[in-house]
Design a protein around this ligand. Sequence first.
Ligand code: AMP
Ligand code: MG
Length: 405
Amino acid sequence: MSDLIPVREHLDRVLATIRPLGIYEQSLLDACGLPTAEDVTAPIPLPAFDNSAMDGYAINYLDVVDATEDHPIHLPVVGEIGAGQNRILALSPGTAVKIMTGAPVPSGATAVVPYEWTDRGVAQVRITKAPRQGANIRRAGEDIEAGDVLISEGNVVGPRHVGLLAAVGRATIKARPKPRVVILSTGSELRDPGTPLGSDSIYDSNSYMLAAAIRAVGGIPYRVGAVPDERKVFTETLHDQLVRADLVVTSGGVSEGDYDVVKESLKSIGHVWFGRVAMQPGKPQGFGLIGDERIPIFTLPGNPVSAYVSFQVFVLPAIRKLMGCRVLERPRYTCRLTHGLSSPEGKTQFVRATYDARVATPVGGHGSHLIGDLAESNALIVIPPETTTLKPGDSVEVMLLDEEF
Ligand code: AMP
Ligand code: MG
């Protein structure tokens, strides 16, 4: 057991090695999904000027305080302002100006009377209800003041931020690019979905699953697909791919089997640590730097569940570090367990589960080939190394696999 290294220690080593990618000025839409690399401040207030919240008449509210259905007040209409027009700068007392939603409110106007309270008069307007002072006027700066921080460094830009940044006139922001992740499956038994399957082969699910998971965290997956267990082919393929990689993820070929070529091949092109992490599933792990550019590489185990769990625990935080995210690891939540569980001493166990309303229900068996159970799950229960038994109703920690954070 002594050669097993704790999950935390392996992850800390990985994260200490990964350097965030360089910062570029990116267009708003390209930056969506990425953390900003700057505190973005507002160059202008929002609204930028006092404007009307309704279609109606700009007036001085003191002129119409006594207006009712029975005693309407009549004012001359001296002009009209549409959105995008700024012709009338001042309102004279005792007059009204027709105004459209979003149009600048003339100085001297202290309220906008909506159409519904008027006869929509052209030369003269009949007003039947008194507005409050300031009614239906959106004040400059009431939403955002110039200089306000709109999104702070390290926070991920989402569609609503994009709207806000566009609203203050920002066309670009500083962000790190989406990490390009090359994915390589190893195994002479692997076939691509959509092609015939011999009696001795299986479909390559890992490269698809990992590519989808990489896309979901905001990376750009380059799925190379499966290479056979041949040292030369593996090394050449990897070498060819390095030019477009910020990170490489391989699956399979790192166990003790006769055809496990990954370890041997990587000796010649980099410094990669191979070892055993105190976890289940996902014990055989490898991580290091390869090629002249010292590109980080993860060599994940081949069993699909092991590969997926390893991705969530080690690769996802590494991708988020490349992107410059502030929070790297999936948050964990405490919840209640429905069924009893046993767990090996000295290993962190990640149990597939469904999570709903602060209750976690384990799904299926332990086998790391059980991809059906994996697909049914939306969470991993994390059982620490010192815990060996859990009873129904015990509290446990879970990682939510579809959660954005
Ligand atoms: P390995 O780590 O190469 O010994 O693979 C462990 C198990 O996972 C074997 O049963 C492999 O056939 C299977 N496996 C490896 N790679 C993949 C893959 N890309 N897709 C699906 N299963 C795989
Ligand atoms: Mg293999």
